[in-house]
Ligand binder design. Sequence first.
Ligand code: NAD
Length: 346
Amino acid sequence: MKILVTGGAGFIGSAVLRLAVARGYEVVNLDVLSYAACLENVASIAANPLYSFEQADICDAAALARIFAQHQPDAVMHLAAESHVDRSIDGPADFIQTNVTGSFTLLEAARSYWEGRGRFDAFRFHHISTDEVFGSLNADDPAFTETTPYAPNSPYSASKAASDHLVRAWGETYGLPVVLSNCSNNYGPFHFPEKLIPVVILNALAGQPIPVYGAGENIRDWLFVEDHAEALLLVLEKGAIGQSYNIGGENEAHNIDLVRKICTILDDLKPDAAPHDRLISFVSDRPGHDLRYAIDASRIKDELGWQPRVHLDEGLRRTVEWYLANEPWWRALQTRAGVGERLGRG
Ligand code: NAD
């Protein structure tokens, strides 16, 4: 099988590519190389004959038509997106452009290619989305299922919700063989240094304040990125057409507890004169900050036999160890525009 992966120079897309190549799939990485991209993430597979790269924008219909015609993929895994909620508050236009218009343009390119090849049955368009489309839960609400109504609260989650609806519609209206997945917060190696977990690790290492939004009471479910990559390939291979699958790590944590766990790991692996949690600094909250996300992953467990393997404690330790061993990688990315700044104050 040959898979066209969009956004493969990003955090999750690169994990999917590394796993897919290890499993013998042929892959094409389509990425515009935005501020969030890093080709180092795929350096381990770049010379593999199964891997090829196309620098292109998913909003560029002509480029997409050329890439589909040239590579003749059997499947698309669509991960390219603007993905940082804080940036979506400061500049929502980029999110509408890539996540909505780009997803529409990609769907049309995929449809045209698939129809041109006789609407072949084996084709799949797998759209990768987020649990944030479901909105916010209270502490004692049941977790999101695939039938939870959409109620996005940020420009990011609204743009992802819009793209989910487009994908569903292209399946229903044109018969495009689509499958969707909505996952919780990923973490692990190669996580871009503007996201919460890398920020905590890198600020703690630098002896700088560790910013925690509000009172740190928000709850997220944390999914180790390599568990997610396995789930995504399973959904692509075995997911039912037109179906969506919730993917979660079964690791809910309050932000403040997550931050303290990371500080404790650093106290062990890289002890400082005083415990790292002395650096915790509560800052003004993000506007529209969802209180809680939680995933009910029964469908993917029952139908496809997937379950997360990496517990949060183990995954955080592996993540911290990875950042300690890969300083040149994160140092280079810390110079990118906006990284290290407080964004999204509204
Ligand atoms: P990321 O920001 O690390 O990577 C996104 C990649 O997409 C980058 O390499 C970027 O260059 C590329 N890209 C952006 N705009 C593009 C365009 N117009 N054309 C082509 N490429 C473009 O994102 P991520 O964290 O790896 O997330 C991947 C997908 O998973 C996204 O769709 C995101 O919404 C979804 N998701 C992420 C999380 C998470 O915790 N990171 C959780 C749920 C869902």
